[in-house]
Design a protein around this ligand. Structure first.
Ligand code: DX5
Ligand code: ZN
Length: 225
């Protein structure tokens, strides 16, 4: 059962022209979530290494890098060099997940594998024990502001069962359509790192939005069966 809830605002929904001020506004969060999109793995383009360096220089929070790219094998090392503290690459994008996980951990960062909504958690069976985190996508990646996919809840429960069977407890991150309204069901099902883009940066008071999501998430944890 998760004992703590971590909030990771996604800067994809921030005002890029004033990124420094936007980052200062979310200082009460636990991570900064940084979405890298390449226009191939997902039908959208976001930001890359230079802006990651700028983000790192403008926040004290650890940066959680979500690579939505077709070639994580070629790029992971560069994101580690640029200061990624936690790296999620997509299961669907590599044939060499073990090699990437080892590389990330050898560099002292946390290693995570992301699963698209249509990818079953069983795909992680043979690598689960080595992961610091699993990222369960709760929308099809590519854009902020999409609707939460309800079938993700069952997937989270399956993941929790799998972790129990393996005797491991990686962090479990959810990403997409997360807000104070949707969060309780995912924390009740085992999620403990909550990415929120539009729900945080779309709010006038970002600190209050983070506190609301945290409160609603913790209420869900107390309902864990
Ligand atoms: C979607 C990205 C998300 C996105 C979430 O592909 O991976 O991190 O920023 O945005 P919201 O919270 O608005 O759904
Ligand atoms: Zn993301």
């Amino acid at each position: 059962m998760p004992e703590e809830i971590k909030i990771a605002p996604s800067v994809l929904s921030a005002d890029f022209a004033r990124l420094g001020a936007e980052l200062a506004d979310v200082a009460t969060a636990d991570y900064v979530h940084y979405d890298v999109m390449d226009g191939h793995f997902v039908p959208n383009l976001s930001f890359g290494l230079d802006i990651l360096r700028a983000v790192k220089a403008s926040t004290d929070l650890p940066v959680d890098v979500h690579l939505m790219i077709t070639n994580p094998d070629e790029m992971v090392e560069k994101y580690l060099d640029a200061g990624a503290d936690l790296v999620s690459f997509h299961y669907e994008a590599t044939a060499h997940a073990n090699r990437l996980v080892s590389l990330i951990k050898d560099r002292g960062a946390k290693a995570s594998i992301a699963l698209n909504p249509a990818t079953p958690v069983s795909m992680l069976e043979s690598i689960l024990d080595d992961l610091d985190m699993v990222l369960v996508m709760t929308v099809n990646p590519g854009f902020g502001g999409q609707k939460f996919i309800e079938s993700s809840v069952r997937k989270l429960r399956q993941l929790r069962r799998m972790c129990d069977e393996h005797g491991v407890s990686p962090l479990v991150e959810v990403d997409g359509g997360i807000s104070a309204k949707t969060v309780a069901k995912v924390t009740a099902a085992g999620a403990n790192v909550l990415v929120a883009g539009s729900a945080v940066f779309g709010a006038a008071d970002r600190g209050a939005a983070i506190a609301d999501i945290r409160r609603a998430g913790l209420a869900g944890v107390s309902k864990t069966a």
